[in-house]
Design a protein around this ligand. Sequence first.
Ligand code: TMP
Length: 237
Amino acid sequence: MDGVVKRDKLYEGKAKIVYSTDDPDLLIIHFKDAATAFNGKKKGSIPGKGAMNAEISAIFFGVLQRSGIPTHFEALLGADEMLAKRVGIVPVEVVVRNVVAGSLAKRLGLPEGTALGRPVLEFYYKNDELGDPMINEYHIYAVGLATEREMSEITRLAMKCDEVLREFLEPRDIELVDFKLEFGRYGDSIILADEVTPDTCRFWDRNTREKMDKDRFRRDLGGVEEAYREVLRRVRS
Ligand code: TMP
């Protein structure tokens, strides 16, 4: 990957900055220490988060890729940057849940930690102005956010990610409570894009059920940086 030259800033999001490169098929993604929650209403910074999330994401993308899930990941570049394939992001955020937490606890009036009989799949319209509202496949097809073929591939890949990540995390004593994925169009195929990190997943310690993810920041629980560091330590091993 030597010789890829960073060019223009294409997009700055809440947690990442995306740059073009001299190769039209490749992007550089910079992971920021900045953290937001509740659609940007809460703002802060988690020291070292950018580098930790870049490495955690790289490890997960590697695991997923080796299990046959195509991803945009190409290489880590330095501490907090990643080289990735340039995709067109499908504007549908995909959430997979194994245990009741967060917005599902509120929606169903169930305590956090309640086991789910099978994984739950949810879709959200990726639109910051609207606060990423929940949608279903009828909305997606009626408005043309994605095709039925794309959604069937996205669903298959999201469920496979759940299986692969759970199996990888279990011996590392991490319970995969839920997570959010974004997919991209790459040529004729759909590939996993964005990131897989404690910003976008709920990770609980399997023994103590202690939170090891961004909920520590969202809910002012303290020990945010330490939790990310511990996730990194466990997934490195
Ligand atoms: P939720 O319970 O708040 O709906 O979140 C479900 C999962 O999605 C959780 O692992 C956190 C992740 N998530 C994001 O990555 N970005 C978001 O904007 C939201 C609301 C949740």
